[in-house]
Design a protein around this ligand. Structure first.
Ligand code: FAD
Length: 375
């Protein structure tokens, strides 16, 4: 296969990549997506998706209510010691596994005529003087006018495209598992423990998604994940009850490391970055999935204008970066300020006090982590 037949090549078939591909295909643009893994696949994620992107997803043909998603309208937070506060959410969202979510987007994209090559890693991207790109995978090479980098939080390509970022080591680890157990359907809960926090919500088929962010320092203190959960996380009474009463539906929990919330650029070597490849927000302070989807929309709009020769490449890159910053820069900044508070026993216990005394604060804080509705 030769990529010169495609106007756009997207590296990565996660949320940002698949949504960009569907949006562009709906505008009549030919798209190739190259994805490292095979569908369907599980991903480390809290699996709560804010309603801010729901009307846009519906426009693309995606209906979570038909796929068993749970409607989420309440939020609960607990401190390391188990003090807790619960509130109604202004906007809310829905909860469903990435396994089902990404699989559905994959089907939608395929039905729209997007070509998706799986089990294939993009190893090299080169922008030539002739105003086009050359891409290499392990067994093929492609030419195209536009490349979208939707390869997630960390990839082999960062080594080539942004060396400094690639070599910056981080201590964060993300862990996720599905359980069978009790949890209210309309509630997303966030439980602090020393050195991290854990999100819990119901997803389709009566399953419970449990995902948490911690550090290597915490992980390395325990023999295995089970011990980490039953000894360390279980110091929070809510998590104690969860791990003692629920049974895991995974053979092994998923673990990812080297999660980096550092600043990135939205355009690198003429590649338009979307989703986590453009910037990753602390899951606690914002909805990374909604940002990936919203970013894909902003990117697709500019790519469409460029391919229709309404704007130059330089304008496409500048307008995309500017619009991305307008939407997300403040949220990312807020995330970096709030980040140190979490997983800190003292801070989480102190922070819960005003939240309990002034119940209006919590819904306001949650609103800050959600964006405006997009259509
Ligand atoms: C612990 C944790 C909990 C979270 N909880 C939530 C939550 O509850 N709600 C929320 O909104 N967000 C949450 N997030 C954030 C959310 O998961 C991400 O923001 C979102 O997945 C970003 O989507 P993406 O498309 O950018 O990346 P991804 O979905 O990661 O997709 C990137 C894809 O690129 C592929 N790829 C990488 N390199 C290459 C290559 N060289 N060639 C080909 N393919 C490649 C990968 O295989 C992958 O499929 C959480 C994150 C973590 C770590």
């Amino acid at each position: 296969m030769n990529g010169s037949n495609f106007d756009v090549v997207i590296i990565g078939g996660g949320l940002a990549g698949l949504v960009s591909s569907i949006d562009l295909a709906k505008r009549g643009i030919s798209v190739l997506v190259i994805e490292k893994k095979n569908f369907p696949m599980h991903k480390v994620c809290g699996e709560y998706l804010s309603n801010e992107v729901r009307p846009y997803l519906k426009r693309l043909g995606f209906f979570p209510e038909n796929l068993g998603a749970k409607e989420i309208s309440r939020f609960m937070i607990s401190s390391v010691d188990g003090a807790s506060s619960t509130c109604e959410m202004n906007m809310g969202g829905f909860s469903m596994s990435r396994y089902v979510l990404d699989k559905e987007l994959f089907s939608l994209a395929s039905n729209m005529g997007v070509v998706i090559v799986t089990d294939t890693v993009v190893t090299k991207v080169n922008f030539s003087n002739e105003n086009h790109f050359e891409l290499n995978t392990s067994n093929n090479s492609y030419n195209t006018k536009v490349v979208i980098g939707a390869y997630g939080k960390r990839s082999n390509l960062d080594k080539e495209i942004r060396m400094k970022f690639f070599y910056k080591r981080t201590n964060y680890v993300g862990i996720k598992c599905h359980f069978r157990g009790e949890h209210e359907d309309d509630l997303v809960s966030l439980h602090n423990f020393e050195g991290g926090y854990c999100g819990v919500s119901k997803i389709e088929n009566g399953l419970l998604n449990v995902s948490y962010l911690t550090t290597n320092n915490v992980l390395n203190r325990y023999k295995n994940i089970k011990e980490l959960e039953h000894v360390h996380l279980a110091k929070n009474p809510y998590l104690h009850s969860l791990f003692n009463n629920a049974s895991s539906s995974f053979i092994k929990p998923l673990v990812i490391s080297q999660i980096n919330f550092g600043i990135k650029r939205t355009v690198e070597k003429h590649v338009l970055m979307v989703g986590d490849a453009a910037g990753m927000i602390h899951p606690l302070c914002g909805n990374g999935m909604a940002m990936a989807i919203h970013g894909a929309k902003i990117c697709s709009e500019q790519v469409y204008q460029f391919l229709n020769q309404n704007i130059s490449r330089d304008e496409m890159e500048r307008y995309y970066s500017k619009n991305w910053d307008i939407e997300f820069k403040t949220r990312l900044k807020l995330g970096r300020y709030i980040e140190p508070l979490f997983g800190n026993k003292w801070a989480s216990n102190i922070a819960l006090k005003p939240l309990k005394l002034l119940p209006g604060i919590l819904p306001k804080l949650i609103s800050l982590s959600h964006g405006k509705t997009i259509i």
